[in-house]
Ligand binder design. Structure first.
Ligand SMILES: Cc1cc2nc3c(=O)[nH]c(=O)nc-3n(C[C@H](O)[C@H](O)[C@H](O)COP(=O)(O)O)c2cc1C
Length: 351
């Protein structure tokens, strides 16, 4: 199951009953559940997201890992810091690599992190991994994708620093790599059984300047030397070729698979609704396929495939589905409002 923010956590970041029901409904059948992005520091959090920023939340997180593992899936906690995406979960400053706002109306101008604060964020990711271990998770996924703080450091759009944390491509990689090293060291020190460390990234940005596919391949080459348990490539379309920075008409996933697939398992994601979509995705050579929205619509997807009931798989929603699908209110409003899913009885062209 791909990581999906459900906006159903309690306001203090603890795990809610609704959230447990949402995962219990979906964890049966899939090999692993990657949770919604869970914030490692309050100043990197967003409202109604889960938190892993303090020890007192460990019992609450333990409930979440237990619900997932009881259904037979591995439980992987996605850990993130939103940086300039922060929509003020607490009063105070929004921070980022530099004082460059996101390209959207009303985006706050962030304050540039000091070198000391950068070290504190790196440390916070390590502490989040420790808490995930203590809460019984099977692994963590470092969320370096979708515009969060780790991506902000890698991005030539967001990062205008002139110290060792910005400027050259090598310097822009430093923050993500430092977090990965910190997490791996923490796991070595605290885990008593195998504990997964995965990394998620978005290979390109649409802004100018922005991360290019060539930038990402250079970064991925370094990640391939770090004994990662997997690399998860966040795409807005599985099959699209690179936008810029590379003359190659193959899909980005095929290019990445060819480049590093022999060094670490790759997870591909986006647009898997039917078993045929999953098979086509696996033809790229990737080891694993993640399913996001389709598991919102059809929590029994894997079971139905295994039982040969593929024609019973639902790929659309009706307005009456909300309760039996255990979708939290705010996530329901988001996916319907953004037209991220197909609503029956309605013209909807998202897919
Ligand atoms: C409601 C929703 C919330 C999401 N939240 C996250 C998130 O917390 N972390 C993340 O890395 N990706 C997140 N994503 C992206 C998904 O993991 C996935 O990459 C995307 O939905 C494409 O896969 P799909 O076509 O199978 O849905 C989210 C997607 C959706 C639809």
């Amino acid at each position: 199951m791909a990581p999906m923010t459900h906006l159903g956590s309690n306001t203090d970041g603890s795990i809610s009953e609704k959230e447990l029901q949402y995962y219990a409904r979906r964890a049966g059948g899939v090999s692993a559940v990657i949770t919604a992005g869970t914030y490692v520091m309050k100043n990197g959090g967003l409202p109604n997201r889960p938190a892993v920023d303090r020890d007192e939340l460990i019992p609450s997180l333990q409930k979440l890992s237990t619900v997932i593992k009881d259904k037979g899936a591995k439980a992987i906690l996605q850990i993130f810091h939103g940086g300039r995406q922060n929509t003020a979960i607490e009063d105070g400053e929004v921070i980022s690599a530099s004082n460059i706002p996101e390209e959207r109306e009303g985006a706050p101008v962030p304050r540039e992190l000091t070198q000391k604060e950068i070290k504190e964020v790196i440390h916070a990711f390590g502490q989040a991994a420790r808490r995930a271990i203590e809460a019984g998770f099977d692994g963590v996924e470092i969320h370096g994708a979708n515009g969060g703080l780790i991506q902000q450091f890698f991005s030539p759009h967001a990062n205008k620093r002139t110290d060792e944390w910005g400027g050259t491509l090598e310097n822009r990689m430093r923050f993500g790599l430092a977090i990965l090293d910190e997490v791996k060291q923490t796991v070595e020190a605290h885990a008593k059984k195998p504990f997964l460390v995965g990394y998620r990234l978005s290979p390109e940005e649409t802004t100018t300047p922005g991360i290019t596919m060539a930038n990402s391949l250079a970064f991925i080459d370094v990640l391939a030397t770090k004994q990662l348990d997997y690399l998860h490539v966040s795409l807005n379309h599985f099959w699209t070729p690179p936008r810029n920075g590379l003359e190659d008409k193959r899909s980005r996933l095929e290019i990445i698979q060819e480049r590093v697939g022999q060094h670490m398992p790759l997870i591909g994601v986006e647009g898997v609704y039917n078993p045929e979509d999953a098979l086509r995705a696996l033809e790229t050579g990737v080891s694993l396929v993640a399913i996001g929205r389709e598991l919102l619509l059809e929590p029994d997807w894997v079971k139905k495939v295994l039982e040969g009931k593929e024609d019973e798989i639902k790929t659309t929603l009706t307005l009456h589905d909300k309760d039996h699908l255990e979708i939290p209110d705010a996530q329901w409003n988001l996916i319907i409002g953004m037209k991220w899913v197909t609503l029956e009885q309605e013209e909807n062209t998202y897919r």
